[in-house]
Design a protein around this ligand. Structure first.
Ligand SMILES: NC(=O)c1ccc[n+]([C@@H]2O[C@H](COP(=O)([O-])OP(=O)(O)OC[C@H]3O[C@@H](n4cnc5c(N)ncnc54)[C@H](O)[C@@H]3O)[C@@H](O)[C@H]2O)c1
Length: 374
């Protein structure tokens, strides 16, 4: 496309998250124009289209993909229906921004990655946390050695969701939601946690469904061993009344945590800690070198625009989007088999495929609670 051309945008799926895409594109209106939206529910499509002027509303996404004036398509459909519209859009010559979770399985992720490669189109997975200033500050501190070797890391991805949340027909079922709290909510902080700590060696997980009448897990805990040697602990749930999204990365004497805070200690003569104010100031100074960031969808959208114009790989393309899916698949496998799971998950492993994972995974908790109670 010509360098100065404004990108024509189409949005497929006009539910809750579509408004974040709309707002993101609107904030970058110098570079793009939303041309059309689509939803199986024609009323929803019309409602979203009416936020703009001259935006067409369709109920069949193939009509949207047939338009030559649309260069980029956002896929905002439920998790089990990402792969098909993504591949159709890429084959129609569009660049694609797909919502998380990228695919229902590693197999789906790999199929989309391969289609993007074969079609020569850009594919970005919507992990908007990756562009946040605080997470990039932590990444900078870890990368430049300001913390030293990480000797303790922990993540809490604790949310609360009531029964009404699962009344949306695609939620709560493996065939359509493709997983529970780990796949849907915790996937954002977990993606960041893995991005910050590097390649995973093995995963041991426990999962259950304790507070909701659904098939998918509402609580998951895991020990993750990284190739760097770091051993870390994560907790994910939609059963936490308190709610807490937090992380800690501790070196021997210095640490950084989310919500963003800096910590430094020195040892007294008993080997217990005293606060090291100068160490804390030093961490603050280094973190301040990362000056900007964004926590909305302008992050992934802006990166997609730049990747197309500069013909470079996006920051969070298919391979990066696939990364967290592999650790989550390992968590499901481990929680079902009771064994630690080493990565990578090979293509001939049944947990690589959607059918294998969804058939094998333990549903609705560790078995029949009512039987256990009798
Ligand atoms: N990035 C984030 O922070 C974030 C937040 C919320 C949801 N999401 C993700 O966004 C996706 C959508 O979630 P949501 O909460 O907006 O769901 P939603 O149910 O509110 O909306 C999904 C919409 O897709 C439509 N749809 C389904 N099949 C379609 C098809 N074949 N053609 C056109 N439209 C179709 C549905 O009619 C519905 O309106 C999910 O993958 C979810 O995990 C991401």
């Amino acid at each position: 496309m010509k360098p100065n051309l404004r990108f024509g945008i189409g949005i497929i799926g006009c539910g809750a998250i579509s408004s974040a895409h709309w707002t993101g594109y609107a904030a970058l209106a110098d570079e793009c124009e939303i041309k059309a939206v689509c939803d199986l529910d024609a009323k929803r499509a019309r409602q979203l289209a009416d936020k703009g002027v001259g935006v067409e509303a369709y109920d069949d996404y193939r009509e949207l993909l047939a338009r030559d004036d649309i260069h980029i398509v956002s896929v905002c459909t439920p998790p089990s229906f990402h792969r098909q519209p993504v591949q159709d859009a890429l084959r129609a010559g569009k660049h694609v921004l797909v919502e998380k979770p990228f695919g229902a399985s590693l197999q789906e992720c790999d199929e989309m990655i391969e289609t993007a490669r074969a079609c020569g189109r850009k594919l970005v997975v919507t992990f908007q946390y990756r562009y946040r200033r605080d997470f990039n500050q932590v990444r900078h501190l870890l990368a430049c050695g300001a913390i030293g070797d990480v000797v303790f890391a922990q993540m809490n991805a604790l949310y609360w969701r009531g029964a009404r949340y699962y009344e949306v027909p695609w939620r709560g079922k493996w065939s359509t939601e493709c997983g529970g709290v780990t796949t849907i909510q915790a996937i954002h902080p977990l993606d960041i946690f893995l991005w910050l700590l590097g390649d995973v060696e093995s995963v041991y997980a426990e999962m259950d469904t304790m507070a909701h009448d659904v098939e998918v897990e509402d609580i998951a805990m895991a020990i993750i061993r990284f190739k760097s040697g770091v051993v870390a602990q994560i907790a994910c749930t939609v059963n936490s009344v308190k709610s807490d999204i937090s992380m800690e990365f501790s070196g021997r004497n210095r640490a950084v945590s989310i919500p963003l805070a800096f910590h430094a200690v020195r040892s007294n003569d008993r080997g217990t800690p005293e606060i090291d104010e100068a160490g804390i100031r030093e961490l603050e100074r280094i973190a301040a070198q990362i000056e900007t960031g964004t926590d909305d969808h302008t992050g992934p959208i802006g990166d997609l625009f730049a990747a197309i114009r500069e013909d470079r790989e996006p920051l969070v393309g298919g391979p990066q989007g696939r990364n967290v899916t592999e650790t989550i698949a390992a968590m499901y496998k481990s929680a079902t088999t009771g064994d630690a799971v080493r990565l990578p998950i090979a293509k001939d492993d049944p947990w690589y495929t959607t059918a294998g994972l969804q058939q094998l995974v333990r549903k609705g908790g560790r078995g029949d609670r009512t039987l256990q109670q009798k």
